[in-house]
Design a protein around this ligand. Structure first.
Ligand SMILES: Nc1nc2c(ncn2[C@@H]2O[C@H](COP(=O)(O)OP(=O)(O)OP(=O)(O)O)[C@@H](O)[C@H]2O)c(=O)[nH]1
Ligand SMILES: [Mg+2]
Length: 333
């Protein structure tokens, strides 16, 4: 799963990437980021496993195709954005710009590009006498985009989405806004929040510069530094968690003396499919899932005790896995 960092020139995209990954973007522009989860840390302290594994998502520094005040976007940029599951728009507040204007100059271009794409497709499909269902779905997209709303607001159902699958859009995915604020800068983001509301986009503030410096420190200095600044946790951690949620992901956990691990899955995944994440054999030979919620487990903090007390539930293949479920799969091969 990938989140694409984009925005105007010099907004702090690369600095934000550094703050999240701890490194500069390589040639691909993609970096793997660990999703902060205190529960995994706590489970790891209890089980003392050889290995502790957090969920991970990718962030991509999409770079800068669009200069301040210039309009038009190139197809390569749109293609990159189209490969991302969610978009992270970075606005450089520290530049003394106007974040509301910057917001519009970026997202309005995306809406316009999508509108062009959809209108061209509609013309072509009309000539090709495509089905009414296909044309109606397209028309619905046109009216949404004409109203300067992102494509995902068209509220197309799964069938309609499937009909339009081949059309390359960028505004049919969720957006998050990161305001890159300068040190000691007092910012009022309420105007921006209003604008972002049409995208249902959360607005987060990050001082990317400082956080990029923190990301380079060792753990001990990081903690000391954050305490000195009076910050509980770096704001980029919230950006990462938010991105994870916006991808509609949750985590279930597996525990043991070998490994404590968070497994990211789509919200709504059933037990048998979740088992397949761990191993295809476990999915194939699935018998039951032994499940205990993180909170129930933490009341006893011991798996044997939890079992003796009957706290482990036996769930079948169609059980919808919940965030924080600790699962032991029973299977035969
Ligand atoms: N004062 C201040 N400078 C910042 C902040 N964030 C980034 N910068 C500086 O602004 C400049 C641009 O930051 P980048 O992260 O390279 O911006 P970018 O969006 O990747 O830029 P392009 O890739 O060229 O579009 C760099 O010199 C950063 O050090 C900030 O919060 N405060
Ligand atoms: Mg850059």
């Amino acid at each position: 799963m990938r989140a694409g960092i984009f925005g105007l020139q010099g907004a702090g995209k690369t600095t934000l990437f550094k703050a999240m990954t701890g490194t500069v973007p390589g040639k691909s522009g993609i970096g793997v980021v660990r999703v902060p989860d205190n529960r995994i840390q706590i489970l790891s302290d209890l089980f003392k496993p050889k290995k502790t594994t957090f969920a991970e998502i990718d962030f991509e520094d999409i770079g800068n195709p669009q200069k301040r005040g210039r309009s038009g976007v190139d197809s390569k940029y749109l293609e990159k954005l189209g490969k991302c599951d969610i978009l992270v728009l970075t606005l450089g507040q520290f530049l003394e710009g106007n974040p509301v204007e910057d917001f519009h100059s970026v997202v309005d271009e995306l809406i316009l590009a999508d509108l062009n794409m959809v209108e061209n497709t509609l013309n072509r499909w009309t000539k090709e006498h495509r089905s009414n269902r296909e044309l109606d779905a397209l028309k619905r997209l046109v009216s949404t985009l004409e109203a300067e709303q992102p494509a995902f607001k068209a509220g197309l159902d799964e069938q309609q989405q499937a009909l339009l699958q081949g059309i390359r859009l960028t505004t049919n995915r969720r957006l998050m806004v990161v305001v890159n604020v300068g040190e000691d800068q007092d910012v009022d983001v309420s105007g921006l929040q209003q604008e972002a509301a049409s995208w249902e986009a959360p607005v987060l503030e990050v001082c990317a510069q400082i956080e990029a410096e923190i990301a380079e420190m060792d753990r001990a200095s990081q903690a000391e530094f954050l305490e000195g600044l009076g910050i509980g946790e770096p704001a980029v951690r919230r950006v990462i968690k938010q991105a994870f949620n916006m991808m509609n992901l949750i985590s279930f956990f597996t525990t043991g003396s070998d490994e404590v691990k968070a497994w990211p899955i789509r919200n709504g995944t059933v037990a048998r499919k979740a088992a397949g994440k761990v191993h295809s054999d476990i999915e194939r030979g699935f018998i039951r899932a032994e499940v205990i919620s993180y909170d129930d487990f933490m009341a006893v903090k011991d798996m044997k005790l939890a079992r003796d007390k009957g706290l482990l539930r036996l769930e079948g293949k169609d059980y919808v896995v919940k965030d924080g479920d600790i699962i032991n799969f029973r299977f035969n091969v």
